[in-house]
Design a protein around this ligand. Structure first.
Ligand code: ATP
Length: 426
């Protein structure tokens, strides 16, 4: 029997082996399942391990966390457990289960099941395989639905005809895998998918589920090219019925984002959010507000979207002749990182790009040497006066008009002199 784990890299292999051995010690059968199996087979890196067991998930998760110095979280009501390992691995443990959809689009009812049931509840054949990890069965592939054949043929295929009606989020998932992997959606699957879209199946699910799958699409490495497909298939309609897309503008925007993504400066930003902003920012106010209202956004997301709507105005301000670095700072400092990135991707003039880059690389992180204590010593009282004084000196420092701590103190004193009042210079 072929060993499907023989060619994985050593670190992944060591980790999976450790889980398999722990499972064995506890008398549990364990399997890696789902997307990680697909990625192992096509040699794609994936730090999310899904493990299905026929025993106590908590017991196994705790044993692994102890051995691998990980952090365990138990989800008692679901009977699942997860472990975060120091090297970035995230491991989910669940018992095999069977799902039933009582109503299209509703969450399924769940009951204990066999490994085969657990594979049958999955979205596509390529995501419905398992590999045994106990030492005795190490590397044995369990492929009941032809996943391996579809993987080599580069096909996305559902497991049964009702799949998209049961769970229409699979429509978005199909496009995500099609575009990410460069696969095609198998003929009958595509027919059923289009039929489900035509029946407005996406409207049967809770908007938050639709939105969360859409967000996953925008968080892919290069989601720009997914949009045409989503739009052609009518999958963006539930976002807002009047959302219209200018593909030329979108492609231009995505080209700029792709170039920025390579820069270390933008490494930790939420690119998914920036793509989203790019998608909706030029729509009429009613559309944007509708989208903001209909879906759940975090505070930062909401703030970034609202700020980005004023992009024309902000870019106008940033293009003013003779703008000092501290003036740029005053414009950009209140913005979220994602808004700044969005502005940068929309900026056409090199001068504006340079100003934004300088703000990010240098001025955003400028700190003063002096503190409130230093100000108290020269008689500036705590509160708004002190805050304002520190702010003014910071602007001088950004413009490189003060440099050392002594310069900063002298600048405070001269500010005081200008106002002529030692106690309240502002
Ligand atoms: P990614 O690499 O983007 O994380 P993934 O395949 O691992 O892709 P997840 O969303 O993490 O995707 O889901 C893990 C697995 O759970 C999938 O591979 C699939 O087997 C199953 N799954 C997830 N969502 C669904 C769904 N809506 N319907 C059926 N099965 C699903």
């Amino acid at each position: 029997m072929r060993n499907y784990l023989s060619k994985i890299d050593k670190k992944t292999s060591d980790l999976i082996r450790m889980i398999g051995q722990e499972a064995d010690r506890k008398g549990i059968s364990a399997y890696v399942v789902g997307g990680i199996v697909r990625d192992i087979l096509i040699k794609e890196k994936n730090f999310d391990l899904d493990i299905v067991v026929d025993g106590d998930t908590a017991l196994l998760a705790e044993a692994l966390a102890k051995q691998g110095k990980g952090r365990v979280t138990l989800h008692k009501s679901f009977g699942t457990a997860s472990v975060k390992m120091p090297e970035g691995w995230h491991i989910d443990f669940a018992a095999a289960r069977k799902e039933q959809y009582v109503r299209p689009g509703a969450l399924p009812t769940v009951q204990a099941g066999s490994l085969e049931d657990d594979l049958f509840r999955r979205d596509f054949t390529i995501n419905a395989m398992a590999i045994a990890i106990n030492p005795r069965l190490w590397g044995q592939l369990i492929d009941r639905f032809g996943g391996l054949k579809d993987l080599w043929a580069k096909k996305i295929r559902i497991l049964h005809d009702q799949s998209f009606i049961d769970d229409p989020t699979r429509i978005l998932r199909a496009v995500r895998f099609e575009q990410r992997l460069g696969f095609s959606i198998e003929r009958k699957t595509l027919v059923l998918m289009k039929a489900a879209i035509g029946q407005e199946a996406l409207r049967t699910i809770n908007p938050s589920r639709y939105f969360s799958e859409l967000k996953k699409i925008f968080s892919e490495a290069d989601p720009g090219r997914y949009l045409k497909r989503l739009s052609d298939l009518g999958i963006l309609k539930p976002l807002h019925s009047q959302l219209s897309i200018d593909l030329n503008d979108w492609n231009r925007f995505c080209r700029n984002i792709r170039a920025l993504r390579c820069q270390a400066l933008y490494r930790n930003m939420d690119f998914g959010l920036v793509y989203f902003i790019g998608l909706i920012a030029k729509s009429p106010m009613a559309v944007r507000e509708g989208i903001l209202e209909r879906f759940h956004w975090t505070k930062t997301e909401r703030e970034s979207i609202r700020q980005s709507l004023g992009v024309r105005d902000i870019l106008g301000q940033l293009s003013a002749r003779g703008l000092t670095p501290s003036q740029v700072y005053k414009i950009l400092r209140p913005m979220t990182g994602e808004t700044v990135l969005y502005l940068r991707a929309r900026a056409l003039r090199p001068e504006i790009c340079r100003r934004i880059d300088r703000f990010l690389v240098k001025d955003k992180g400028v700190k003063l040497y002096i503190t409130g204590e230093d100000l108290k010593r020269v008689g500036i009282v705590a509160g708004i006066n002190m805050g304002k004084a520190l702010q003014e000196i910071l602007y001088l420092k950004i413009d490189q008009r003060v440099c050392t701590k002594k310069d900063e103190l002298n600048a405070v004193l001269s500010l005081q002199k200008q106002t002529g009042d030692r106690k309240a210079p502002y």
